[in-house]
Design a protein around this ligand. Structure first.
Ligand SMILES: [Zn+2]
Length: 990
């Protein structure tokens, strides 16, 4: 494809430029790339096809049209509008540009070289049998894309949002390693982390965007550590880019080009709204943690009245309705329950949406089971089979079910809010964990001064406990209260609160708080809580790890890098910008230069925040003013930084003399956004690692990572995406397309002059009707034309075709550009854009279409085609078909939960899951649409569990056979009615 080709060219340019000691153009600026993306210019020439059947065709096409144009007309940035060829250069048709005839352009020379190589490889390929080992190797060479990705140290932390919209900090290496699946020849490995997003910036604000790819490759270049004035740091390879601010724009810059004293872009606040989570269903969370831990857990369900009997009767009713929709009377008969009992249950079941009232017939009600009703049956079966009544002399009795049995089905239960979970002889806590101030403080205490462990006890079993340390009575009391509010059974001692039960240990595991001091983390739930609750967490955390220095600076000490980043992010979410990080011997210190809601510091508002305007940004404006007063007032800014307040003063002063300045205003815009500039304090060479890592983030190609958070560029981007190409030139691209249009139109008019009829053109290929001309005529025409074509441009015969049918846009719905079918002399059918429009064709639909095409193109038998379709429909009605031919295959491409649009293959996949068959991304689902009520999707059944009799014949007629046939036949004047009316003969027999 053209995209791949442009990528290859970009790489080749870079390589050649390095070899020949040429200057490689700088990476395009961020907004430049954005601008390029918006640019559109006229592309290739398309002549809409003449609808219908055409005979005796020749298809001719240009060999590599655009590259040969670039090579032929010397199209390069340095040859564009040269001085020496003003009057006699290569003039671009219809445009005001020209290209040099005297000096060879760099890019066009490279293109030529690449073309020759490619042609040589292709020639060799033609001689090899397809699929042979040599063929595969050569083809890979032809397509090879050398990657020049440069990346991050594996231990650097990145800020991610998982598929459940939870904010998580992870080491990039661990994250990427989990997903890497594919590998190319250059040792470039990648994977697709479905559903994950990364924190990145767009414009001047931070947001979370989809990660398209995560990448890992062997590190082959030097690695640097950048340390910033605020204490942030990041380790990257030398060619990796970070961002800087130039002329009001954020621009990527390679680390190799940076030095101490330069400024780079970092986050200063996070205004992005993370979705608030008010409660957590522990049953769902338990499914995600270590299997060993949950083995012995039981779910406790309160016993209300004759609960078991109620559920049993409910199951009987649903089982009856599962077979077919029914009147109450029939349900009563099928379930063995009285009519009044049935109607009582139905009322409840309807309220819960497990059944629905379908319609009244003669005053009687017909009920039908719903999708969630079918699922609810799964829960009922598990409950009735595995729940044991547990008598408790002190309390009312309860039912206990092993959690393992409820896995996957608890979500189909009616109401879990009264349930509890825990081990048989231990503390059981409510299944629904509400996010409360007490929970937040409990987590804050744990993260600062907590310890959790699992150990073998004297009896050989496992014991679990959590200890929260503190010296102050008041704090110990609060720790105790918080733990008690979570039903955790704490015990208070002189210097600590101890919670010796498994559920406390599991809670810490679920919320990912970390076990030892190096791994402690801000639990994900904190990022998803409102500010008041974040504050509760921070307050409790501060009571443990926090201090106030000289009544001026708040600081936290921790040994965990995760906590450094987590706290930075949390504080930024709360709008606190004044954060500095320093590393002492074995721990980090996070200084907060502003007041926090629960602890005020002196002079916070008067103190200069760490993010100020670097002097270099206003240096040129000062120079421009050049007056003594300006230097007296603002001159120090040349060497130092100015505060925002002082900067505003400067803008007022400057604009009063020079008028409105958009450049200065852009610095204002930066101030209002989420980003700031931080100065590089030190850049040092560090030891290299085996592998380095990178993320490709949709739309922005940047992400936030490193200690204390820094904005990072996905550097492989510049080499792949065309708008970001270093050699990108709108003029060159426009000129290439213009010449392309010029030449294909020229071919068109010359062909017509020579007595051929051109019926269809698309960019570089031309479909010609020979009429009374011969094959020799067209070959002669090509020979003559090739003599006239300039440079290395060449047009070839693609093939001759006996007959073809063309379907213009508008007749057949769908978006495919090219829609035609051609029959060559050997009887091979070349179909384009007809079968591909819909992925969900069954074999029957495909075969019908192909047979129709063959009857029309081979036999010119329209009547035969029509009666063939009728025959297929009749056979289908009589079920005289093979079930295999009705199966529709589609692939699952992401985890099932992520599908928003519930299409048939997703429904079928879920049904497979319910049957206990594992299904996930990559599984190809074969399904059949069956009879019954509900939408088409709901009626999709996995083929493994279907027999021919349950197939919805009408669906296959109207949604498969008819559209497949009409796509071709409509252009010949056939409509649906003609295909559906049985022929005279059929009528005679029925
Ligand atoms: Zn020239």
């Amino acid at each position: 494809s053209r995209m791949t080709y442009s990528q290859l060219v970009e790489w080749y340019y870079t390589k050649k430029a390095k070899e020949t000691n040429r200057i490689i153009p700088n990476q395009p600026k961020f907004d430049e790339i954005q601008r390029r993306r918006r640019l559109t210019y006229v592309g290739g020439y398309v002549k809409e096809p003449e609808a219908g059947i055409h005979e005796n065709l020749a298809v001719i096409d240009f060999a590599s049209l655009y590259p040969t144009i670039i090579a032929t007309y010397n199209i390069s940035t340095e040859t564009l509008n040269c001085q020496c060829c003003k009057d006699d250069g290569y003039r671009v048709p219809g445009l005001l540009y020209w290209f040099c005839k005297k000096k060879q352009g760099f890019e066009s020379e490279i293109i030529k070289e690449l073309l020759f190589r490619r042609w040589k490889l292709k020639k060799k390929l033609k001689e090899l049998p397809k699929g042979s080992h040599e063929y595969v190797v050569l083809n890979a060479k032809q397509l090879a894309l050398k990657t020049v990705a440069n990346s991050l140290h594996p231990d650097e932390l990145v800020v991610l949002m998982d598929p459940n919209e939870r904010v998580k900090l992870m080491k990039i290496g661990e994250f990427v390693d989990k997903f890497v699946k594919y590998k190319n020849k250059n040792g470039y490995e990648y994977g697709i982390p479905h559903g994950f997003k990364a924190l990145c910036f767009d414009g001047f604000n931070l947001c979370f965007r989809k990660i398209n790819r995560c990448i890992r490759h062997k590190c082959s270049s030097r690695m640097y550590k950048l340390v910033l004035a605020s204490g942030r740091s990041v380790r990257v390879t030398e060619d990796h880019s970070v961002f800087t601010f130039v002329d009001g724009n954020i621009v990527p810059v390679a680390v190799s080009e940076l030095k101490a004293g330069d400024y780079i872009v970092v986050p200063k606040k996070l205004s992005y709204n993370v979705k608030t989570i008010k409660s957590i269903n522990l049953l769902e969370e338990l499914e995600r943690i270590d299997k060993e831990l949950i083995k012995d857990l039981l779910v406790e369900i309160p016993c209300k009245g004759k609960y078991r009997l109620v559920l049993l009767n409910r199951l009987r009713i649903l089982e009856a309705l599962r077979k077919s929709d029914m009147f109450i009377k029939d349900i009563s008969r099928a379930s063995g329950l009285s009519v009044s009992a049935v109607s009582k249950h139905l009322k409840r079941l309807e309220k819960l949406k497990y059944v629905k009232l379908l319609r009244h017939t003669n005053g009687r009600k017909i009920y039908s089971i719903t999708e969630s009703g079918i699922k609810h049956m799964l829960f009922l079966k598990v409950f009735l089979k595995f729940a044991h009544y547990h008598f408790n002399p002190n309390k009312r009795g309860v039912y206990l079910i092993p959690f393992e049995k409820l896995k996957g089905v608890h979500k189909y239960a009616e109401n879990v809010s009264s349930w509890k979970v825990g081990p048989i002889n231990g503390v059981r806590i409510p299944v629904v964990l509400k996010v409360t101030p007490q929970l937040m403080r409990f987590l804050g205490y744990y993260v600062s001064e907590g310890h959790s462990r699992m150990f073998k006890n004297r009896n050989g079993g496992m014991s679990y406990d959590i200890t929260l340390f503190n010296n102050r009575r008041k704090i110990l009391e609060d720790m105790f209260e918080c733990a008690r509010s979570l039903s955790l059974n704490p015990v208070m001692k002189n210097r600590y609160v101890k919670i010796s039960n498994k559920m406390a240990y599991i809670l810490i595991e679920i919320l990912k708080c970390g076990k030892n001091s190096y791994e402690k983390k801000v639990p994900w739930i904190v990022f998803s809580s409102p500010n008041e609750l974040k504050n509760e967490f921070l307050k409790a955390y501060f009571l443990g790890d926090g201090h106030v220095l000289k009544e001026r600076i708040i600081f936290f000490t921790t040994a965990s890098k995760f906590l450094v980043n987590g706290l930075t992010l949390l504080l930024q979410q709360m709008g606190i910008k004044g954060i500095r990080i320093s590393k002492e011997k074995n721990y980090y210190r996070i200084k907060v230069l502003e007041s926090l809601p629960f602890v005020k510091v002196k002079n916070a508002e008067r103190r200069v925040t760490p993010f100020v305007i670097p002097g270099f940004l206003i240096k040129n404006f000062l120079k421009d003013l050049g007056n003594r007063e300006a230097y007296r007032k603002f001159g120090y800014a040349k060497r130092y930084c100015v505060s925002w307040r002082k900067f505003r003063e400067f803008v007022n002063y400057y604009e009063s003399l020079r008028g409105y300045s958009p450049e200065l205003r852009k610095i204002f815009a930066l101030n209002h956004g989420d980003l700031a500039l931080d100065k590089i304090k030190e850049k040092k060479l560090i030891d290299s690692v085996d592998y380095v890592y990178d993320l490709s983030v949709e739309g922005t190609e940047n992400f936030v990572g490193g200690l204390g958070l820094v904005c990072l560029h996905n550097s492989s981007y510049g080499y792949y995406a065309f708008p970001a190409s270093k050699w990108y030139s709108k003029e060159c691209a426009e000129s290439t397309a213009a010449w392309g249009r010029y030449w294909i139109k020229k071919i068109e008019s010359e062909a017509e002059e020579n007595g051929f009829k051109v019926i269809y053109i698309d960019t570089d290929s031309c479909f010609i009707k020979l009429g009374n001309k011969t094959k020799e005529d067209i070959l002669k025409f090509l020979e003559e034309t090739n003599k006239k074509l300039p440079g290395i441009m060449r047009i070839d015969l693609e093939d001759f075709y006996v007959r073809g049918i063309f379907i213009p846009r508008g007749i057949a719905p769908g978006t495919a550009k090219k829609r035609y079918a051609l029959l060559d002399e050997k009887g091979y059918l070349k179909i384009r854009g007809l079968e591909k429009v819909r992925r969900d064709w069954s074999e029957l639909a495909k075969r019908t279409q192909e047979k129709v095409l063959r009857l029309i193109l081979e036999k010119k038998d329209l009547k035969g085609a029509i009666s063939y379709v009728r025959e297929v429909i009749q056979k289908l009605k009589k079920l005289d078909v093979n079930l295999r031919d009705l199966v529709i295959y589609e692939q699952i491409t992401k985890p099932l939960e992520e599908y928003k649009q519930i299409s048939p293959h997703v429904i079928a996949a879920r049904k497979l899951l319910n049957y206990g068959i594992p299904v996930g991304p990559g599984s190809v689902i074969g399904f059949v649409i069956t009879k019954g009520s509900g939408s088409i999707s709901q009626r999709a059944e996995p083929v493994e569990f279907v027999d021919l009799k349950s197939v919805d014949v009408d669906y296959y007629i109207t949604n498969q056979v008819l559209p497949a046939a009409l796509r071709v036949l409509r252009v010949l004047g056939v409509d649906e009615k003609q295909l559906l009316t049985p022929s005279g003969l059929d009528r005679f027999f029925t």
